[in-house]
Design a protein around this ligand. Structure first.
Ligand code: SAH
Length: 457
């Protein structure tokens, strides 16, 4: 097969990079055959080694850059900075924002066939570093010593890391303290291959507004050896800590958290705020990882909803009710729908915590619950959707088209599925008025958008 392709596996070739993929790899073409090369930027020239050839595309490794992009920054201060899911950290922030803006505009045209939609300039962060309020760090062993950091891309090798450039300093410190403490007491690292050992992951969460800190120690074994000494040491070194949690995951799995969770010290939850809304965050709860930009995104969603106090709003894919509770401050009633029952428990608890009485929550799939409500005569003036990467289920979009809410506010973490869904709504009598990209995840290739869609009267 590979004989018909213009490149061979293991071949070294010089290429020119023209573009970036949606996940931030450089794209070079050889006789029309695309090669995806992580770490390369558009406009650059360099040598690559072809490491994989598929029918429609190949994968290369960047060997040497002959001509650098204007946007390239040197991040390789230490090896560890190269990893950790930061596909774009070799690009300066101006370049990242430009790339994300362009991606949204292109995808709306190409997939959504939306030629004249107003796409506002992306809202970036003033300081795009140290923004993440949560870390989940895998633990391993090197030369008999406990290490924790990041998996090297496409491998199971862990790179020991003490400082992540995207986690808050408090999170970095918390992870380091737990790592050093466990090292000191000789805790064995989990061994993925043999499914032996003890410590699998270290997790830390930080309330940026409240300063409250939680650490979660995830082990394969039911017992954490030297438990009391470890707790004591952590308390001594992290005085702002509010919660130390132990989670047991004895399964052979990539899933980080197991089924058994116990509080070793302090509270079961920490608190944080987005705007004026207070959230209780437990070890297992979903909570937005960049609260600063979450506020920017939700303010935009609220602005697009344009609430006067009279509206009935449905918030589909509501998670722990973050958007619902934001909307409830300005709407008559809000109905949130979410498939994960524990998230709905959190949503109800968070409504109560904030004294919000006009928000109700239901467990179920949005594409089943909302059509059922519609059949029973329960409609809404505004629909807010915030689906996972795969976008909205078509059954939900069809119900929206039948129900005819005046407005749909679409919060999206994947421009491609946003564009696909906007096309369906447009064909069903809606018009996309404007789209606001928001940079929730600097240094990564992820891009978030909020779109306003109106029913054509
Ligand atoms: N709006 C929330 C969460 C958005 S993430 C926030 O901003 O915090 C998307 C959510 O959709 C997740 O909580 C996921 O569990 C949920 N989900 C996934 N598929 C779903 C479906 N078919 N119906 C309802 N919820 C779903």
């Amino acid at each position: 097969m590979s004989r018909t392709l213009p490149v061979q596996k293991n071949e070294y070739i010089d290429v020119v990079f023209e573009d970036l993929t949606h996940d931030g790899a450089g794209v070079a073409k050889v006789e029309g055959y695309p090669l995806f090369v992580p770490g390369a930027l558009p406009g650059e020239k360099g040598q690559i080694k072809v490491i994989k050839v598929n029918k429609g595309y190949g994968i290369g490794r960047l060997i040497e850059i002959h001509e650098k992009s204007f946007y390239r920054v040197d991040v390789a201060r230490s090896e560890s900075h190269k990893y950790g899911g930061c596909q774009l950290q070799h690009m300066n922030y101006e370049g990242q924002l430009k790339y994300k803006q362009n991606q949204v505009e292109q995808v709306l045209k190409r997939i959504g066939k939306l030629e004249n939609v107003k796409v506002h300039p992306i809202l970036g962060m003033e300081n795009p570093w140290h923004y993440r309020n949560k870390a989940q760090v895998p633990v391993g062993e090197r030369n008999g010593e406990l290490i924790a950091g990041f998996f090297k891309p496409r491998s199971h090798e862990i790179v020991d890391t003490n400082e992540s450039l995207i986690h808050t300093p408090e999170i970095n410190e918390a992870v380091n303290v737990v790592k050093e403490t466990c090292r000191k007491f000789g805790i064995q690292a989990y061994n993925e291959e043999n499914h032996t050992g003890v410590l699998r992951h270290i997790m830390a969460r930080y309330g940026m507004k409240t300063g409250e800190l939680m650490v979660v120690i995830i082990t394969r074994t039911r017992e954490l050896p030297h438990k009391n000494e470890i707790i004591e040491k952590i308390l001594e070194r992290l005085p702002q800590i509010k919660s130390i949690v132990h989670n047991v995951n004895f399964k052979r799995t990539n899933v980080i958290m197991g089924d058994q969770t116990t509080v070793l010290w302090g509270n079961e939850v920490i608190y944080d705020y987005i705007g004026d809304v207070k959230f209780a965050i437990s070890a297992l709860s979903f909570y937005q990882v960049n609260p600063v930009q979450t506020k920017v995104l939700y303010d935009k969603a609220l602005e697009y909803a344009g609430l006067t106090g009279e509206e009935k709003v449905i918030d589909a894919y509501c998670g722990i009710g973050t958007i619902s509770l934001f909307l409830a401050q300005k709407a008559k009633r809000v109905f949130g729908v979410e498939v994960v029952p524990e998230a709905i428990d959190d949503a109800r608890r968070n409504a109560e915590l904030n004294g919000i009485t006009n928000a109700e929550f239901a467990v179920g799939e949005a594409e089943i619950v909302i059509p059922k409500w519609y059949k029973e005569g329960n409609t809404a003036d505004i629909l807010v959707v915030d689906p996972p990467r795969k976008g909205c289920d078509e059954a939900l979009l069809n119900t929206i088209i039948e129900m005819k809410p005046k407005k749909v506010v679409y919060v999206s973490c994947n421009p491609a599925t946003l564009a696909r869904d906007l096309r369906i709504l447009e064909d069903g009598g809606y018009r996309t008025v404007e789209v606001q990209p928001v940079d929730m995840f600097p240094s990564t290739s992820h891009v978030e958008c909020c779109a306003l869609i109106k029913l054509i009267e």
